[in-house]
Design a protein around this ligand. Sequence first.
Ligand code: ATP
Length: 342
Amino acid sequence: MEYCLEAFALHKNYGEVKALNNVDLRINQGELFTLLGPSGCGKTTLLRIIAGLETASDANLFLNGNPILDIPANKRPVNTVFQSYALFPHLKNYDNIAFGLRSQKIPETQIAPRVTKMLEMLELEKFADRYPDQLSGGQRQRVSMARALICEPEILLLDEPMSALDAKLRVQLQEQLRRLQLKLKKTFILVTHDQEEALTVSDRIAVMKDGHILQCGTPSQIYNHPNCRFVAEFIGTANIFDVERQGNVFQSDFGDFVPNTMPEWEQGSLVIRPEGIRLRAEKPAQNGIRSRVIEKYYRGTYQNITLETGKMRMRTAPHRKIEIGDEIWVELLQEALVTIDD
Ligand SMILES: Nc1ncnc2c1ncn2[C@@H]1O[C@H](COP(=O)(O)OP(=O)(O)OP(=O)(O)O)[C@@H](O)[C@H]1O
């Protein structure tokens, strides 16, 4: 299979700081690939190296099988959408979008239909004659996307494009971004520190920390099968507790548990997501805990419950009568228990 983008052994040092430490990456043709991690993990540096805005040492970077590290940024077939929009304030939105084609001296008769198509695709028809400062943040970011896409780059790079928007707009733009990418079937690389955004829009996610990629996989692989404590904690809510293996059972401070698969190690952790813990009317046959409810938060479509035992988080249906102080039986579903070697 031919990858759209391949990187081998990417290193980037800023003085003492190892911004990227031996990063390998393979991104498929037409996928929405997300670089996810906390501030300072190196995701922007990686995006900037792909864009050609930053140099890398000892590295190889291939686009459609061709090496690109020696190609300057303005000659690479990639384009970037920045958090800060980077639109020209003195140009109308139409002219902002047309800018890249005009600078290639393409005749206006060919530019007009392409701009019109972009305006349509990003639902911006009404705003063509306005200036960027007459738009909301989300609309402005759509103009930035149209401007970046009109030159038909091989890859669209998106550097935290939604982080300046409020929560509701962000969700709208995430869905719009995903629809657009599926329609265009183009490779998009998104940088974000927002795990919900990554889970919502991505085909695959690379979780980064301290210049390393810790895990790379589909949203459901990353969420349901985190390969280490950091990934489990960074994505969603995770209940994590120490265990010791004794034969086919894990012993913990909260009782004995049996997961689906037994690892080789003797000491490690078990991870379970809140939805993997279920309320039971009586003691379950295995993986049961008797515990007191210490917190309850109504969330509309569900209730968040905190158990006294290990401050474990679980969820119940919103109509379920359950009160703080209740003693309940819960089952940690066997198939939801993930083992992690610390
Ligand atoms: N020009 C620079 N000079 C010195 N250090 C830098 C420079 N750019 C980045 N760094 C450092 O490299 C590391 C990775 O930075 P990078 O911007 O890639 O992280 P990030 O994950 O994108 O973070 P954020 O989400 O805050 O933008 C950080 O420790 C940062 O301080």
